[in-house]
Design a protein around this ligand. Sequence first.
Ligand code: ADP
Ligand code: MG
Length: 180
Amino acid sequence: MALLTLSDHLHDIAENSINAGAKSVRIVVKETDDEFYFSIEDDAGGIKPEIMEKIFDPFTTTRDKRIRRVGLGFPFLRQAAEATGGYVFINTELGKGTKTEVLFKKDHIDCQPVGDLPGVFLMLLMNDKIEWHITRCYNADCYEIKSDDIKSYIGSLDAPEKVHILMELLNELENSLQKK
Ligand SMILES: Nc1ncnc2c1ncn2[C@@H]1O[C@H](COP(=O)(O)OP(=O)(O)O)[C@@H](O)[C@H]1O
Ligand SMILES: [Mg+2]
């Protein structure tokens, strides 16, 4: 994945949780006029200490190295966040899970564009074995998406029409935020 937008970074870090076998993932996105913060918290058992030690070094991975461009998620994320004056914090507990917190300062000239956040939420929610809980705020406006709610409104995402309904819903929620 080319990590061209802040939403791509979020997607990439959430995919780590999926790859690590998370059953439940909590995402919070808090954007203001000048900052973009997100956190991703999973129950995937934590990051092994020997990986954690060098997680920001390129090519640190437990995935198959024959796959293209593995082990670059966290290094690229840190580079992109710190270039704006922001940060990446990883809090991991072995046997439990991992919480990653990221800040980008949008007013910095090197900050990447926010990108297609509802599109990324859709891609993630398509993994409907995982219990998702997403909170998205712009200044004081927020919306929330939970797997349970999607199941009761739309049912399982087993047909293109249903995915389409969800996509429209996500775009509507995003457009309901009062942005500058
Ligand atoms: N949420 C997570 N839970 C458990 N392990 C993780 C998690 N996120 C990352 N890791 C570990 O850190 C490694 C590096 O992650 P990353 O930099 O995104 O590269 P990649 O996903 O390509 O391996 C992963 O291979 C995995 O072993
Ligand atoms: Mg990754």
